[in-house]
Unconditional design. Structure first.
Length: 198
């Protein structure tokens, strides 16, 4: 896919696109990630970009988008006040605002993350200790893709900054798998970094 193909297909009102990835970013990629966020906001008119408000690539993508138009960025956070001073988004929705008990699909797909599937139920039942709060991050990662009917629109495309040596690891790998489960196409930096030179 080329940049103009993406724009022609996806730059429409109501479209939500994820911009996210690993917390650990290669030094030489920091500027490229920020440039890509800026490129996306400059070249499109309608897309709402969504972030998980994490450090690393989420932060740099968001910084790029907001250097053009802060109103084009939405953050989905695992709890109220998450990284508040580093959150550039115009619209922030916290997992605390979502009735996860009423979202069986959200819970089911979150449990696909092997490392946290046993603590998802603790979080859903209302526990908020150190262990159960780890589940909040994975549920947040699922929510970024699936949305919540009537409240949060689902994503229809995603751009990832992956650890190319371990693309399925961690929360980013989980988000990528949720995209696959829901038929949401995505591209990694192997493709989108080429768009910076187009």
């Amino acid at each position: 896919m080329k940049l103009h193909d993406f724009i022609n297909k996806y730059d429409k009102p109501g479209v939500v696109v994820l911009l996210e990835g690993k917390r650990t970013v290669k030094v030489e990629d920091v500027e490229k990630i920020e440039q890509f966020g800026k490129l996306m906001a400059n070249k499109t008119q309608y897309i709402l970009f969504r972030s998980g408000n994490a450090s690393g690539s989420d932060y740099y993508f968001s910084k790029g988008v907001c250097s053009v138009n802060r109103k084009r960025l939405q953050a989905i956070t695992p709890y109220n006040g998450h990284r508040k001073t580093e959150n550039y988004a115009y619209d922030t929705i916290s997992l605390d605002e979502v009735n996860v008990l009423a979202e069986p699909k959200l819970i089911y797909q979150s449990k696909k993350h092997e490392a946290t599937k046993f603590i998802i139920d603790k979080y859903v039942s209302g526990e908020r200790d150190y262990v159960s709060m780890k589940a909040a991050y994975i549920i947040r990662d699922t929510l970024k893709v699936t949305g919540v009917k009537g409240k949060i629109s689902p994503a229809i495309f995603a751009f990832f900054y992956l650890d190319l040596a371990n693309p399925d690891g961690g929360g980013t790998g989980h988000t990528k798998r949720v995209c696959q489960m829901n038929g949401v196409p995505f591209l990694s930096q192997k493709v989108w970094m080429e768009w910076l030179n187009a």
